[in-house]
Design a protein around this ligand. Structure first.
Ligand code: URA
Length: 436
C-alpha cells in the first residue's frame, strides 16, 4: 500500500458514481477484514455499490481482494483434473448429491465445498446430515485423501476461505444489500476461486423459488460470474435453469436424499435426471474429459455412479444402507377440483418445507432431518378432486397450519395442458457471451 485511504473518501467516491481504484478496493477489503473499517462504513459502501454498481474491472479486483483475505486450496497434487458446480439455490435442489459421484465416475475429481441452508432454500450439508453417521467437517488432508481415493467429496467449507466475504455477507444480510449483483457475484466467486477448482459450472436459477426472479437478472449474474471465473483462469460456464416450480418431487433433507438415491439407482424424476446429466456434461467438458450425454446417463443406470456415492458416504462416516429418518406425523393436501395442474409455485413449497422444520430462520437453529414436502403431481399432470397433491412431513404437528398457509394460492388447477413442457435448462452462458 503506497498510501492510506480514508474509508469516507471511498464511500463518497462510490456515492458519486466514480470508479474505485485497485488501491482503494484492496485497502478497504483488507481494512474491513482487520476491523479498521467499521461495519457502518462498509454498510454505506455496500449500499452505494447496490445503487450505483461496479464495472467489470472493479468487480474483478473486489473478488481478488476477498480471495487474498484468506487461504487458497491447492489440488495440484491430485492425478486427476478437478471440476465443481455452484448453484445459486432453489427449492428441491438436491442435484449436488447425484452429480458429484456421477462426475467422479469419469476420472474427474469433485471437491464440493457446501453450506447449510438459511431461509426457504435448503443446504446440501443439511440434506446429507440426514444420513446416519455422515460428517460434514473434514480437514484439508482428509479432503485431499478422499478426492484421491474416491474422487468426490462434499463437505463444509473451512473458515479460512475468503474471510472478508464471511464478514461482508453477514453485514449485507442485515442492511438490505444482499441483492447487488456485483456483490453476489464476487461473494460466490471469491469462495469458488479460493477453493482451487480447475473447472466450474454455475447453475443460476430463475423464478419464484430463486434469488433471481427474472431471466434478465439471472443472465446478468451469470455473465458477471462467468467473466470473473474466466479472468481468474478457471474454465467457467453457466446454465440458466428453471426455478418456477420445485425440482423433482421432494423438498426437505431426508426426502431429498431418498430422491437422489433413486436417481443414482437409474430412476428418479425426469427434471432431476436431466439437470444432473446436463451439469455433468458441462463439468466433464470443462475438466478436459468430455463425454456425450448418453455415456453420462448410462453411468446412472448401470450403477457406476451409485458405487462412487456409497464410497463417498462411507468415507465420511455415513452408512449408505441405513434407513433414512421418517417424520412422526404426515398430512395430505388434496386437489379441490378436476383438471390439469398448471402451476405449482416453488417459493410456496420452499416456505412450507421450511415451516415444517426442514430449514432454519437463524444460523444456529437445528433442522429436522425428516421434515418437508413430498409432491404427488407436477405442472402438466392431470388431477382429480380429492386426489393427494402433496404430503407434508414433520415431527412437530403444530407446524402444519403455518405450512398450509404458505401453500395457500401456491398452485393452480385449470383446463389447459400448456404446463409441464418447459425444459429445466433455459440457456447456457459461456465466456465468449459473458465478454460481449
Ligand atoms: N450466496 C453467496 O455465497 N453470496 C451471496 O452474496 C449470495 C448468495
Amino acid at each position: 500500500m503506497s498510501e492510506q485511504h480514508d474509508a469516507v473518501d471511498i464511500i463518497r467516491a462510490k456515492r458519486d458514481r466514480q470508479t474505485l481504484t485497485d488501491e482503494q478496493i484492496d485497502w478497504v477489503i483488507d481494512a474491513y477484514t482487520r476491523g479498521a473499517v467499521a461495519d457502518e462504513q462498509m454498510s454505506a459502501l455496500a449500499m452505494a455499490i447496490l445503487l450505483n454498481g461496479m464495472d467489470r474491472a472493479e468487480i474483478s479486483r473486489w473478488t481478488a481482494a476477498m480471495i487474498a483475505s484468506g487461504e487458497r486450496m491447492d489440488f495440484c497434487s491430485l492425478s486427476r483434473p478437478t471440476a465443481d458446480k455452484h448453484s445459486t439455490g432453489g427449492v428441491g435442489d438436491k442435484i449436488t448429491l447425484p452429480l458429484a459421484p456421477l462426475v467422479a465416475v469419469f476420472d474427474v475429481a469433485v471437491p464440493q465445498l457446501s453450506g447449510r441452508g438459511l431461509g426457504h432454500t435448503g443446504g446440501t450439508l443439511d440434506k446429507l446430515e440426514a444420513i446416519p453417521g455422515w460428517r460434514a467437517d473434514l480437514t484439508s488432508e482428509a479432503m485431499l485423501r478422499q478426492l484421491d481415493e474416491v474422487g468426490a467429496v462434499i463437505c463444509a467449507a473451512g473458515s479460512g476461505l475468503a474471510p472478508a466475504d464471511k464478514k461482508l455477507y453477514a453485514l449485507r444480510d442485515v442492511t438490505g444489500t444482499v441483492e447487488a449483483i456485483p456483490l453476489i457475484a464476487s461473494s460466490i466467486m471469491s469462495k469458488k476461486i479460493a477453493e482451487g477448482t480447475g473447472a466450474l459450472v454455475l447453475d443460476v436459477k430463475v423464478g419464484s423459488g430463486a434469488f433471481m426472479k427474472t431471466e434478465a437478472d439471472a443472465r446478468e449474474l451469470a455473465e458477471t460470474m462467468v467473466a470473473l471465473g474466466t479472468d481468474a483462469g478457471v474454465r467457467t460456464v453457466a446454465l440458466l435453469t428453471d426455478m418456477a416450480t420445485p425440482l423433482g418431487l421432494t423438498a426437505g433433507n431426508g426426502l431429498e436424499v431418498r430422491e437422489s438415491v433413486e436417481v443414482l439407482a437409474g430412476g428418479g424424476p425426469q427434471d432431476v435426471v436431466d439437470l444432473t446429466v446436463a451439469l455433468a456434461v458441462e463439468m466433464l467438458a470443462g475438466a478436459g474429459r468430455a463425454q456425450d450425454e448418453g455415456e453420462v446417463r448410462a453411468a446412472l443406470v448401470d450403477g457406476r455412479a451409485m458405487d462412487v456415492w456409497r464410497r463417498m458416504i462411507a468415507a465420511q462416516g455415513g452408512d449408505p444402507d441405513a434407513p433414512l429418518p421418517t417424520a412422526r406425523e404426515t398430512e395430505t393436501v388434496l386437489a379441490d377440483t378436476d383438471g390439469v395442474l398448471t402451476a405449482l409455485d416453488a417459493y410456496a413449497v420452499g416456505v412450507a418445507a421450511w415451516r415444517l422444520g426442514a430449514g432454519r430462520a437463524r444460523k444456529e437453529d437445528p433442522v429436522q432431518a425428516a421434515a418437508g414436502v413430498e409432491l404427488h403431481a407436477k405442472p402438466g399432470d392431470r388431477v382429480s378432486a380429492g386426489q393427494p397433491l402433496m404430503t407434508l412431513h414433520t415431527d412437530t404437528p403444530e407446524r402444519f397450519a403455518r405450512a398450509r398457509e404458505a401453500l395457500a394460492g401456491g398452485w393452480q388447477i385449470g383446463e389447459a395442458e400448456q404446463a409441464g413442457s418447459r425444459s429445466v435448462v433455459l440457456d447456457r452462458i459461456t465466456a465468449e457471451e459473458a465478454d460481449r
